[in-house]
Write a protein that binds this ligand. Structure first.
Ligand code: CTP
Length: 395
């Protein structure tokens, strides 16, 4: 996702410096060109050779190093960079950036950068909480620098608290949010639903389905990467919320109805990928149901059909997209739902087709609108999400 992008990583003297190697490696795997500038103190924690091996580029540690081709290097790197990230960022580099000091290669280069700059602080909690550090971070924030909240846990010094460098995978996600895609959905509000619902029978049991949430999460992530303000109403799944997405957790079809209708009026696009139960137990037992010698039957009642409701209360200009998972007569049934629920598009997939359906990382979908049927080849769910958003954005 970062092909053709140049990323500058500034590494400063924190014990978390070793994690910057993982960050560099992950960016290289996304096909970015990565340059690393280290402060002198960073070199005490990790060797420049590590970064040179990972990035295939000379790691810069000294403004007056004369062993490489002549260029005013701090300016040329600042010009080339599509994004700069300081990870880990010590209290010292944060203070220098806040005051515009330029006394080594990293601070000098950062002062010359006009690209987006991310700062990922990593230090002892007390240093992080100190008013000096907090006010320096505030100065940077006001100047448009993106500050990545440190995570909490056991710090290298033995203290517990805030100050850890986040997982490098999360740093990559933040970078992707900044520069990976064209921001053609900037200013748009998109609501996505994902995952299964669970309908309680008693305090122990519930009725659910096999939805993993992967398709809906891929859509939410893709929409955020394209600049949308994304709300993800999610049933219980084992997935991390994508970076930059507001997740609203729900359990039942009723919860989903409430969560969706609370915000649906303000949305530009609503994509309903959740596998919502159509029936729930008519009454939920307060006690665990005990087995007996006779058969058991559970009376069921209909749940709210959220998509049907949205279709009949659709504000002018809102785009509504449903999903239809079928096991036979896919296109006819999906098209019938498109009309019945007053949708702009329905994405049909047959759970019996290889590479489609629950839990897989791929899907085989048909995009159906009032006047068009597009049968797509097998794709990753990430690619399906991008293709779907292309079509909805064009509407
Ligand atoms: N849907 C919903 N609320 C429900 C049931 C479904 O919002 N109670 C939404 C789903 O999120 C999906 C679309 O409606 O986007 C189609 O869901 P599906 O289960 O395929 O269709 P149903 O209308 O439930 O019809 P059936 O179960 O008979 O196939």
């Amino acid at each position: 996702m970062l092909k053709g992008k140049t990323i500058l990583i500034g590494v400063t003297g924190s014990i978390a410096a070793y994690k910057a190697a993982d960050l560099a490696s992950r960016l290289i795997k996304q096909h970015a060109r990565v340059h690393v500038i280290m402060t002198r103190n960073a070199c005490q924690f990790i060797s420049p050779i590590t970064f040179e091996t990972l990035t295939g580029q000379k790691c810069i540690t000294d403004t007056f190093d004369r062993n490489h081709p002549f260029e005013v290097e701090h300016i040329s790197l600042a010009k080339q960079a599509d994004l700069a990230i300081v990870a880990p960022a010590t209290a010292n580099i944060i203070a220098k950036m806040a005051y515009g000091l330029a006394d080594d290669m990293l601070s000098t280069t950062l002062l010359a950068c006009t690209c987006p700059v991310l700062v990922s602080p990593a230090m002892n909690t007390r240093m992080y909480d100190h008013p000096a550090t907090q006010s320096n971070l505030e100065v940077l924030r006001e100047r448009g620098v993106r500050i990545i909240e440190p995570s909490s846990g056991r710090l290298a010094c033995g203290d517990e608290g805030k100050g850890k460098l986040p997982d490098p995978a999360d740093l990559v996600d933040r970078i992707l949010l900044e520069i990976a895609c064209k921001k053609d959905l900037a200013g748009k509000k998109i609501l996505v639903t994902a995952g299964p619902t669970c309908e309680a029978i008693d305090p122990v049991r519930f009725i659910t389905n096999h939805s993993s949430g992967k398709m809906g999460y891929a859509i939410a992530r893709a929409a955020a990467l394209r600049g949308a303000e994304v709300t993800l109403v999610s049933g219980p799944v084992g997935l991390e919320a994508p970076a930059g997405v507001k997740r609203v957790p729900i359990t039942s079809a009723h919860d989903l109805f409430e969560a969706v209708t609370a915000v649906s009026g303000q949305q530009d696009i609503i994509i309903k990928a959740a596998a919502v139960a159509d029936y729930r137990p008519a009454s939920v037992s307060d006690e665990k149901i005990k087995k007996a010698d006779n058969d058991l039957s559970i009376a069921l009642e209909r749940t709210e059909d959220t998509l049907q409701y949205l279709g009949s209360h659709k504000p002018e200009g809102q785009i509504l997209c449903g999903f239809a998972m079928e096991t036979s007569d896919l296109e006819n049934r999906a098209r019938a739902k498109l009309h019945k629920k007053n949708l702009n598009m329905i994405v049909a997939n047959n759970v019996k087709v290889a590479g489609a359906g629950f839990g897989t990382d791929t899907n085989v979908v048909t995009f159906i609108t009032a006047d068009k049927t597009e049968r797509m080849e097998i794709m990753s769910k990430g690619q399906v999400a991008m293709q779907l958003l292309d079509r909805l954005a064009a509407m």
